[in-house]
Design a protein around this ligand. Structure first.
Ligand code: ACO
Length: 428
């Protein structure tokens, strides 16, 4: 029998259907609430609000579980790579050989920026924030690829998706090169995704950057671990913009803007800055945590809206840190040492234990990126490269869902009630 939930309001009982997800999560379908009762729900920050059903990513925040299309993140981190995982997220299954080849070919064909596009980089000051450049450039891309803006056309979607996944990496590398006054390095069609990115970032015109296999693997893993995380702030932004039937490009550009925030993707920069501050100030771990507990600071890279247990991505990255640093020949990375001591102390401290605050994905990702040579102000851009397939998958799912309507939350108005306009000479 279909389950229902009953609400009593002013003596009247109203029943609402209860929807059950494939992992047993329950949601009360209140889509008819206002029509039936005149009430709306008030849920600032949406902690109790499901905005859609989705078959892409499953998270159990209490148990620390993360799966993409049912596949545990630990298995993907061990056996897959970023591009295969991107395909899985967007198209719902792991690609067979032919699909994988076709997808890779599309990405390779889409790696180059139009020559005229390059001039747009000249307009930015050298110290412009890379996330601002990235979102502007994704919108700029729509000017060059407006033939793929058509919504509901599969070929346009696949082309736009491949272009965004491929070019976001080229744009990121060019942004870095421009900020350093270095010549742009064109994508190399013979390289794989991550190797090609490192090539565009660090090669010189007549001297190819040697891409270490372990470094490539580590960056692949960082991107893969960021590839989707269900209805987080930036993804919900992508869906919000997408619900207006805005293009994939503008929806993705909006996602970049949301991700930039320091409570979201920007946290990976803040973590490194926090670790550096602790190191340079000579402050003890205990003194820093005291400041956190008296709310003068946040322990960046800790806490999560959904995970009330270890973020499984943080566990994987913590283990990966040692391997990458050893491979690169960094024997003693003071930041890693501070991070470890911070984590150890916080996990024993009742302030963090009681609030169920655990390390999140950003706690260790920055240390890996720093070791690879990615500059601090590019960390959140790396997150955006990683998250692009997730945004695309969510946008695609949203557009395939016949029940999608323009997203339009309501409010409870608390301003002045009706009052007359006051003439300027009569105002206090
Ligand atoms: N350091 C210290 N205290 C914290 C932290 C933290 N990092 N995170 C939460 N708290 C405290 C809050 O102050 C609050 O304390 P109170 O009960 O005394 O008021 C309690 O824990 C509950 O926290 P909320 O703010 O309600 O948690 P919310 O779900 O709204 O926020 C968030 C989640 C934004 C991630 C938060 O934990 C935070 O600011 N963390 C630091 C930034 C960060 O690492 N962001 C990356 C998130 S992962 C991602 O986007 C990829």
């Amino acid at each position: 029998m279909a389950r229902t939930a009953t609400l009593t309001f002013e003596g009247k009982k109203i029943e609402f259907p209860v929807i059950e997800g494939s992992e047993g999560e329950l949601g009360m379908d209140i889509s008819k609430l206002r029509a039936q009762t005149g009430l709306i729900t008030l849920d600032p920050a949406y902690g109790n609000t499901g905005a859609c059903t989705s078959a892409i990513t499953f998270i159990d925040g209490e148990k620390g579980i993360l799966r993409y299309r049912g596949v545990p993140i630990e298995q993907l981190a061990e056996k897959s790579n970023f591009i295969e995982t991107a395909f899985l997220l967007i198209f719902g299954h792991l690609p067979n050989q032919e699909e994988a080849l076709r997808f890779r070919r599309r990405l390779t064909d889409n790696a180059h920026l139009h020559e005229d596009f390059k001039h747009h980089f000249q307009g930015f000051p050298t110290d412009a924030p890379p996330m601002a450049i990235l979102s502007a450039m994704i919108n700029t891309l729509a000017c060059f690829e407006h033939k793929f803006l058509k919504i509901g056309d599969n070929e346009s979607f696949e082309e736009a998706a491949a272009s965004l996944i491929s070019k976001v990496r080229t744009i990121a590398a060019y942004t870095y090169r421009k900020s350093r006054g270095l010549p742009y390095v064109y994508p190399d069609p013979n390289r794989r995704y991550v190797s090609n990115f490192l090539h565009m970032m660090f090669s010189r015109p007549y001297q190819d950057y040697h891409v270490d296999e372990d470094v490539e693997d580590a960056l692949n893993m960082v991107l893969l671990l960021h590839a989707d995380h269900e209805q987080n702030c930036s993804t919900s932004t992508v869906r919000m913009v997408g619900s207006a039937d805005a293009s994939l490009y503008s929806s993705a550009a909006a996602g970049v803007c949301a991700l930039w925030g320091k409570l979201h993707g920007g946290a990976n920069v803040e973590v490194l800055e926090m670790l550096e501050k602790i190191q340079t100030s000579g402050m003890s771990i205990e003194d820093f945590l005291k400041r956190v507990k008296d709310k003068s600071e946040l322990l960046m890279g800790f806490g999560h809206r959904v995970y009330k247990n270890f973020d499984p991505r943080a566990k994987i990255l913590k283990a990966a840190c040692d391997k990458v640093l050893a491979k690169i020949g960094i024997k003693n990375e003071p930041m890693l040492d501070i991070a470890r001591r911070l984590e150890e102390a916080a996990l024993k401290d009742s302030y963090f234990v009681d609030r169920k605050l655990y390390p999140n994905v950003d706690f260790y990702s920055g240390i890996i990126m720093k070791a690879i040579g990615i500059p601090l102000n590019m960390f959140t851009v790396m997150f955006a490269i990683g998250r692009m397939p997730g945004w695309i998958a969510q946008w695609r799912e949203q557009h395939a869902d016949k029940s999608t309507r323009i997203a339009r939350p309501r409010q409870i108005y608390t301003g002045p009630t009706l009052q007359d306009y006051v003439e300027p000479d009569k105002r206090a």
